[in-house]
Write a protein that binds this ligand. Structure first.
Ligand code: CAA
Length: 285
């Protein structure tokens, strides 16, 4: 089996990408964080700095260790030119399959033989993304959760052609990052998004029908079921646009009424109420 993951690239410096980069650098990996413009990468690195500073101020992290994490991170704008000696690339770009396939095809041409290409997609087909490359066995889903440094799960998605060796290398990587690893077959929404979206959409339908307020619906699951965050507050954290995108994909692929996006979700997204990132979703932020 090829060696452990020491050097990696994260493509996409948004919410997920910068969190993945931070967590990998904290586990000792050398990470190049890439996005399409220097401004976007700088914004991602700034978020990492904020998160690390928060840990330092809370006394949970020594400031030398925070410096060490940052020293293992570098900014880039062209992942293809950074591929030499890289063990793993994790893609965290927008959820559009054609964008992902195009990126994977470009990475595949220049990456070393053993390099694994992973996608952080939350619902798209890993098999279809892999088939844009000539290394289908070394393509895998590596689905992280927001906020990445705090969330314990890494959902590995085994595409139709993903090899056991690739799963084993990513499992070892996930465990090194302090995650619990689960392995799920490549099917729409995998385990987490398929379940999580149904709960979120049902909560929105309840809000539309006036069953209870957003606060009370969230309290129902926070206090009645011990969820750390109710489904509407969580949708605000994840992004209403992200959830709409996943719901539309699942509705198209799986067809059940439970995946049909409620009107309130479409309306809020059309109005730019995207959740925490835009300052307003089901709540004001
Ligand atoms: N960066 C680093 N660490 C963070 C963090 C961040 N952005 N946010 C929280 N943490 C850490 C805190 O530092 C704290 O760590 P310590 O215990 O070591 O101090 C720990 O997480 C708990 O945080 P807090 O005490 O501040 O607050 P909390 O107990 O209320 O937890 C939460 C916050 C972790 C966000 C919690 O509310 C939670 O688990 N919410 C649900 C999140 C969730 O379900 N995420 C998945 C979304 S779906 C997804 O991401 C996938 C997709 O495909 C869309």
């Amino acid at each position: 089996m090829a060696g452990s993951i020491e050097k990696m690239i994260v493509v996409g410096a948004g919410t997920m990408g910068h969190g993945i980069a931070q967590t990998a650098a904290a586990a000792g990996c050398e990470v190049v964080l890439c996005d399409i413009s220097p401004e976007l990468v700088t914004a991602g690195i700034e978020k990492v700095k904020e998160s690390l500073l928060g840990r330092v101020l809370k006394g949970k992290l020594a400031s030398e260790d925070a410096d060490g994490i940052l020293s293992r991170m570098r900014a880039g704008t062209d992942p293809v030119s950074e591929l030499e000696g890289v063990d793993l690339v994790v893609e965290a770009i927008p959820e559009r399959i054609e964008l992902k396939r195009e990126l994977f095809a470009r990475l595949d041409e220049k990456a070393d033989e053993d390099t694994i290409l992973a996608t952080n997609t939350s619902s798209l087909s890993v098999t279809e993304i892999a088939r844009a490359t000539k290394r289908k066995d070394r393509v895998v889903g590596a689905h992280f959760f927001n906020p990445v440094p705090a969330m314990k799960l890494l959902e590995l998605v085994r595409g139709q052609d993903t090899s056991d060796e690739t799963i084993d290398r990513l499992r070892e990587f996930g465990e090194r990052l302090g995650k619990e690893v689960i392995v799920v077959k490549d099917s729409p929404g995998f385990a987490t998004s398929r379940l999580g979206v149904v709960l979120g959409l049902e909560a929105m339908r309840m809000l539309e029908q006036g069953v209870a307020t957003a606060e009370d619906i969230d309290s129902a699951l926070e206090l009645g079921y011990r969820h750390p965050m109710g489904p509407l507050r969580l949708t605000d954290l994840v992004g209403l646009d992200v959830r709409l995108n996943i719901a539309e994909h699942l509705y198209r692929e799986l067809g059940g009424d439970q995946y049909e996006p409620p009107e309130i979700l479409r309306k809020y997204v059309a109005e730019g109420r995207l959740g925490k990132k835009s300052g307003r979703g089901f709540y004001e932020w």
